[in-house]
Design a protein around this ligand. Structure first.
Ligand code: SF4
Length: 1015
């Protein structure tokens, strides 16, 4: 069959168009379609093919603007749908149907299995372990076969290329991997698809290219617009359509201020070469009618880069600092952003991970409309993380017992911990009562969800020192909280059923999918999952994937739990949630490829880093470079040049550009930025001509939710029974609001058994326990280290580790590694102690002390307390208070007798930490020393970082120096400072204010996200 319209009747006899790089492709196309008859309302016989989907929306909008009334739009395709359209019209194509990824994966598996069985071909080593061992390779084969299809690689060529590539690469018979199987498998694959009447993407391209010459066309004209580079199948289609005279090709090319003028885009040269017909090189854009677009061509292409005033580089140290800098740019014109045209503002995300932080930081608190157009990885969603944790819990199960950190990770997931309880108020009250500490909080928040049960279990597991636990034990532990209207254990048992037990006996892929689907439905029905942004889209994508796994022959495949986890993980990793970005208005948030063919007045691109833009190319385990070359497939390096083209085209068309990148922890700016800087310096003849902006770390202004908390009469009553510890006072010094949240609201973060296994708090407790047990034999005696005390330390350490992590046989790799590091530090500690503490009198170990402390104000007294890790008297009779530190921060007062301690700010600067000053007071009172402060000193012993080469100075940080006036400092500074700060806390007129001055402190603050929002 030939074309439906005789070629002589085509109105489409123009040459192809090469527009300037900075022109508006959409504007040009719309005008060109209407150039002969501006009144034309029926454009339905025109077809337009773009590389992607998004330009179709812009073209329809632009035509509507020019026509100014109703019209029949042209048929607009992206290249994939155009190939599918042609393939569907090809002989044998009309009866094929689209297959999903899972269906194709299983089909390639059965094809490979059949290949081994017919004895004609070698069998795949990966087949030995069934579907479980194969699917990873199956996914790779599917990608590869798609590339064979789009690049028109025939099976015969593969057969020839494999031996030649093997010989070239010098690869031996044993190491040849999967290469020899490729020709047979690909051949069979094509037969299988045809036999099952299915399409894959590659097959559509191959068939479309093969049958293009015989097709009928219902179109009078076809614009092939905005392509940068073509694969083999596309080349064949472009060549045939231009030979027929039905197609007009439109590209964007030419000089850019970002590139040396003589450099050519090689892929565009190639594209022109394969097209029949002549080319018209346009120098200016015909866009005078577009009110939104002042012409850029003359200005930008002739101007040196360093003189382009609307071009900005922003260097951060991570994504968050990039977003922080973007907030300033973004906020500038925010008030005037009503009714944004879709070609005004673009936020471009070359990798999708920053989408959620960008939305929450830039858009959440504004009324600015936005529109997302990109594929977001399903793997990044909270849903995927929940299912991942569920699998991990199953994989860590030993003899029916769950590993506590895995178990808690599932329960702590926001979708689970917010599952609603029947009678939350009663239950929380009960649980709060059970958990209350001596400093009973007066205002526990009541949260109507599983949260409080999770909190109870966290504390219970830590108290019981359980690293492995049975579900029934947990249900029993919580049973005493049961009430008629709150059956806590029954509720927990239901949670256990849904999140754990349902997964215990899974054998088949289909069973897994059903159980996962039920879990998701349950979180939707009883939880708060639907309240999270974009959950609808995420849930639809996940359920779609599970339904594919539940249906068809794949459901019957068996696999182990790790196998199911791995299969599911790979599929989730490959799945992108398509945000289509409709309606077309407001800020455009786009993936990098979604910017193709489009122009924007202001462009902000994040993550312009090497490895992101251009993306890094990973070694291909199936198709290494040698074999690619023999098959005539494009070198992956060409992808860099194509990315460069899209980048420069986007920049050239914009009036204002902001490029954000990170330079820290191995991240470097993209070569594309380096090239721009190099070009600018070359043009200017000197270095440093491009200014690079960095983030300015200033505390954010106070927001309404940060009003200080006034002291109510209830709070004042609470203080009447409060005992001040050094930690509480240090918290107040750093931030009064944090003190309020922790000690008055009682919103303390419980000791945790963390997912990372070794929690810093746990390390601290562990080291304290080991050292207490180690020194215990010398209590009230003189310390005399024996020759074998190293062994004793190892024994004590192992006992303490078993107490926390259970029997040695159950330790994970992380715990074993931690033991090695711990012993290394402790042995170095002991080496230094032998030289220093030998002969000291050990007066106390972990001594709990309390005392009354008199304030200035009307003889009022308060209680202060502390636990002294170690107290000893050295050979000169000096009493030492020693405190062990396992963290990196050593905080020591720097005050001298002349220090100013008038208020909290001054005390914070000078005293830094009340710990050692308070311990001196407590020690003096506890032991009734009465010998005066010159007879005492205090020291912090830092165990972190101790190495073979460390000396005593690395271990000890001593409070008083030789010449310090100890009486003057203790009586003249420490005691008055302590009084001042406690009096401020007790002053009803001084509210609990936020203090966000220390960025690092706020970053680790548990209240920073929800309660505070200031830091
Ligand atoms: S985030 Fe900072 S300002 Fe806010 S409570 Fe915590 S420490 Fe205070």
């Amino acid at each position: 069959m030939k074309a439906k319209f005789p070629i002589s009747n085509f109105q489409f006899q123009h040459s192809h168009a090469s527009l300037p790089l900075d022109s508006s492709l959409i504007g040009w196309l719309a005008e060109d379609m209407l150039v002969r008859d501006p009144e034309e309302r029926d454009l339905s016989r025109i077809a337009v093919v773009f590389p992607g989907r998004r330009p179709a929306l812009y073209l329809r909008r632009e035509l509507g603007r020019l026509i100014g009334g109703p019209f029949h739009p042209p048929q607009i395709f992206d290249i994939d749908s155009f190939m599918a359209y042609m393939a569907g019209k090809s002989p044998g194509g009309s009866d094929r149907r689209e297959a999903g990824q899972v269906e194709l994966l299983h089909l390639v598996y059965t094809t490979a299995r059949g290949l081994g069985a017919d004895g004609e071909h070698l069998s795949l080593p990966a087949m030995a372990s069934g579907f479980e061992g194969f699917f990873f390779w199956g996914l790779k084969f599917l990608d590869l076969f798609d590339e064979f299809g789009t690049e028109l690689v025939p099976p015969a060529l593969i057969k020839q290329a494999v031996p030649a590539a093997l010989a070239d690469a010098g690869i031996t018979e044993e190491a040849r991997g999967l290469w020899p199987i490729l020709p047979g498998l690909y051949s069979k694959w094509l037969d299988t698809l045809a036999g099952n009447s299915l399409w894959s993407r590659g097959e559509k391209y191959r068939i479309a290219a093969e049958h293009i010459d015989g097709l009928e066309w219902p179109f009078s004209q076809i614009y092939l617009a905005g392509f940068a580079a073509l694969n083999q199948a596309e080349e064949k289609v472009f060549s045939a359509l231009t030979r027929l005279g039905i197609a007009r090709v439109v590209v964007q090319d030419g000089p850019s201020p970002w590139r040396t003028s003589d450099a050519k885009w090689k892929h565009l040269e190639r594209l022109r070469y394969v097209c029949h017909g002549t080319w018209d090189f346009k120098n200016t854009r015909p866009l005078a009618t577009d009110p939104h677009r002042p012409t850029q061509t003359d200005q930008s292409t002739n101007q040196p880069i360093n003189q382009l005033t609307n071009f900005f580089f922003h260097q951060g140290f991570d994504l968050h600092s990039q977003i922080q800098m973007a907030e300033d740019v973004f906020a500038r014109d925010l008030k005037s952003q009503g009714g944004l045209a879709p070609d005004q503002e673009a936020v471009v995300l070359p990798r999708p991970e920053p989408l959620i932080p960008v939305l929450s930081r830039l858009f959440e608190d504004t009324a600015v409309p936005y529109n997302i157009s990109m594929g977001y990885p399903l793997e990044r969603t909270a849903l995927a993380q929940l299912l991942d944790s569920t699998f991990e819990a199953q994989e860590g199960r030993v003899d029916g017992k769950y590993y506590a950190p895995h178990y808690l990770a599932v329960l702590r997931h926001p979708y689970i911990k917010n599952i609603q309880l029947h009678s939350p108020l009663t239950s929380n009250h009960q649980i709060t009562k059970f958990l209350a500490t001596p400093n009973q909080p007066i205002n526990q928040s009541t949260i109507p969800s599983l949260r409080s049960v999770v909190h109870f279990l966290e504390v219970w597991l830590v108290r019981e020192k359980r690293s492995f636990v049975r579900l029934e034990e947990l249900e029993k532990a919580i049973a005493h909280l049961d009430e008629e209207d709150f059956p806590a254990s029954q509720f927990l048992s239901h949670v256990h059923q849904m999140c754990f037990m349902a997964f215990e006996k899974l054998k088949k892929v289909g069973e897994l999918a059903t159980v996962l689907k039920r879990l998701l439905e349950w979180t939707v029905e009883y939880g708060t999952a639907t309240g999270y942004p974009l959950t609808g889209e995420f849930m639809t994508a996940m359920v779609g994937l599970l339904e594919e796994l539940e249906a068809g022959p794949v459901a019957e495949e068996t696999a182990s739990v790790p196998g199911l986890h791995s299969l599911f993980g790979h599929l989730v990793r490959q799945t992108r949630i398509p945000f289509q970005g409709i309606p077309l208005e407001g800020f455009q948030i786009l993936g990098f490829l979604e910017t193709r063919c489009l122009n924007f007045q202001r462009v902000m691109i994040f993550d312009v880093n090497e490895g992101v833009l251009p993306p890094e190319t990973r070694p291909d385990p199936i198709l290494p470079p040698d074999l690619r070359r023999h098959l005539g497939l494009p070198d992956k390096k060409q992808a860099v040049e194509i990315s460069r083209y899209h980048f420069q085209r986007l920049l050239a068309g914009a009036e204002e550009v902001h490029l954000f990148f990170s330079e820290d922890k191995g991240q470097v700016k993209s070569r594309f930025i380096e090239e721009l800087i190099w070009e600018a310096e070359k043009q200017a003849g000197r270095r440093g001509v491009i200014p690079i902006h960095s983030p300015v770390m200033v505390p954010r202004p106070r927001i309404p939710s940060a009003f200080p908390v006034k002291k109510t009469p209830q709070i004042m009553i609470f203080f009447s029974s409060f005992t001040f510890s050094a930690t509480a006072l240090d918290t107040y010094l750093s931030c009064p609001f944090r003190f309020y949240a922790k000690y008055i609201l009682g919103l303390d973060v419980p000791d945790t058994i963390d997912r990372d296994e070794i929690d810093p708090l746990l390390v601290g407790n562990l080291v304290h326990n080991i050292l207490r047990e180690f020194y215990l034999p010398w209590l009230n005696k003189v310390i005399q280290f024996e020759a074998d005390c190293d062994n004793d330390l190892v024994t004590k350490s192992d006992m303490a580790l078993e107490g926390i992590f259970g029997p040695r046989a159950e330790w994970s790799g992380g715990v074993r590694l931690f033991r090695e590091v711990l012993l290394y530090r402790l042995k170095n500690f002991l080496r230094l102690e032998r030289e220093h503490a030998q002969g000291h009198l050990l007066m106390g170990l972990e001594v709990p002390c309390k005392m009354d402390f008199n304030l200035e104000e009307s003889g009022r007294k308060v209680r202060i307390k502390g636990v002294l890790d170690r107290v000893e008297k050295d050979k000169k009779g000096l009493v030492w208070v020693i405190d062990y530190k396992t963290g990196s921060k050593i905080k020591l007062p720097g005050a001298t007798v002349t220090s100013k301690i008038s208020d909290r700010e001054a005390i914070k600067q000078e005293i830094v930490s009340f710990q050692l000053p308070m311990y001196l007071l407590l020690c003096d009172q506890h032991y009734g020393l009465g010998s005066g402060w010159p007879g005492m000193n205090a020291a912090l012993y830092g165990l972190r970082g101790l190495a073979d080469s460390s000396n005593l100075n690395a271990l000890q940080t001593i409070l008083f120096k030789q010449d310090d006036s100890r009486d003057g400092i203790v009586e003249g500074i420490y005691v008055p400072a302590l009084k001042t700060i406690i009096e401020e806390i007790l002053d009803p007129e001084t509210p609990f204010a936020h203090d966000p001055s220390d960025f690092g402190y706020c970053r680790t603050c548990p209240y920073s996200r929800r309660l505070c929002k200031v830091g």
